[in-house]
Design a protein around this ligand. Structure first.
Ligand SMILES: [Mn+2]
Length: 352
């Protein structure tokens, strides 16, 4: 497996030089943050990003992500132009030598939490999601002003319009629109040498009346069946999928791994705190609801050799920064993951 960490570009308070000092990390997951959604990500931007990363002795392994325009998810007549642009972006990734593209198909909000500073007894804090807190937020009346992380992204009018459109859509149409998209982009990804991995919905259930479809094992299998190509794969995210108790993560890894459709892995832990509620947790299995070693063993057993990164961490040791993406706790997480990996590999070699 290729051990990577996410980097948000020149504005990230965490530097590439710092990431390089984390033992075992050889790759970077990043994106072009300047191109508006729906436009072509220029080759020059990706090539420049790659050069910045390689100058620090790291590889640019994954672009996470190129957002899918809402018109594509809505199936509007304008989608074809946006899909053309998406295909061109994929070609540019291929030309720049980036092997993996992580994307998602969530309507309106591509991640949702109700608290970005959930406190722990030890003074650290993390992100959390409480179903009842979310129910108190009236998006139609007040826009996203009280939705953490989203208050400045949409104007109230734009948000209201999007919500109306998606609520009228339903999940069947979302599936149709995802299939339409995949049938167009996957052949381009395949010929460009880019493997795509769809990220599960986070959290993996319908929120705010919006249709969400990338939630469980059945959905992931349905997606890879839409286009039978190694380029049409999954980003296995243990934190997203793990928030739903019924998701058997090692089994999901075994099933997708047997078909060679895991194209990227995010590993983090979550602690389920109630019905459709959770807080993010340190990476250790014993501190959350996910059996991280079981997932790692399934990855090793399936022969997965693609990129893997630690996912959100807590804020610890006084660090301030982008929610979930401080240096310190993610570094602890990535060391833990590599310990699991070493253990799983030696177990696999000696016993399995
Ligand atoms: Mn993730």
């Amino acid at each position: 497996m290729k051990v990577t960490m996410r980097w948000f570009g020149a504005d990230d308070p965490v530097s590439l030089a710092s990431i390089r000092q984390v033992p075992g990390v050889t790759g970077i997951v990043s994106a072009d943050y300047d191109t508006p959604v729906g436009q072509v990500v220029p080759y020059a931007s990706i090539a420049q990003l790659r050069n910045t990363v390689t100058a620090e002795g790291l590889d640019l392994d994954v672009i996470e992500s190129i957002p899918v325009h809402e018109d594509i998810k809505l199936g509007l007549p304008t989608r074809d132009g946006y899909i053309d642009a998406y295909c061109e972006s994929i070609r540019n990734l291929g030309r720049a030598g980036v092997p993996t593209l992580c994307y998602n198909f969530m309507p309106v909000f591509d991640w949702t939490r109700t608290n970005l500073n959930h406190p722990f007894a030890d003074g650290s804090h993390a992100l959390s999601f409480d179903y009842e807190d979310l129910a108190k937020i009236d998006l139609d009346a007040e826009g996203a002003a009280h939705l953490p992380g989203w208050s400045t992204v949409y104007t109230p009018e734009h948000l209201r319009h999007l919500l109306q459109q998606f609520r009228a859509l339903g999940t069947d149409a979302m599936w149709d629109h995802l299939a339409y998209f995949l049938k167009r982009v996957i052949p381009v990804a395949e010929e460009s040498g880019v493997k795509m991995g769809i990220h599960p919905d986070d959290p993996p259930w319908s929120i705010l009346g919006l249709p969400r479809i990338v939630t469980d094992e059945r959905a992931l299998e349905r997606i890879i069946d839409i286009v039978d190509s190694p380029a049409n794969g999954i980003t296995v995210c243990t934190g997203s999928l793990g928030a739903l108790q019924s998701n058997d993560l090692p089994q999901i890894v075994r099933k997708l791994g047997a078909r060679d459709r895991i194209n990227f892995v995010h590993m983090r832990n979550v602690a389920i705190t109630g019905k459709k509620s959770f807080h993010e947790a340190p990476h250790l299995s014993c501190l959350g609801s996910v059996d991280m070693y079981a997932v790692m063993k399934a990855l090793v057993a399936s022969g997965y050799d693609g990129p893997l990164r630690p996912d959100h961490g807590r804020m610890i040791w006084g660090e301030e920064g982008r929610p979930g993406y401080g240096l310190f706790d993610r570094s602890l997480g990535v060391m833990y993951l590599q310990g699991l990996m070493e253990g799983a590999k030696s177990q696999f070699n000696s016993r399995w």
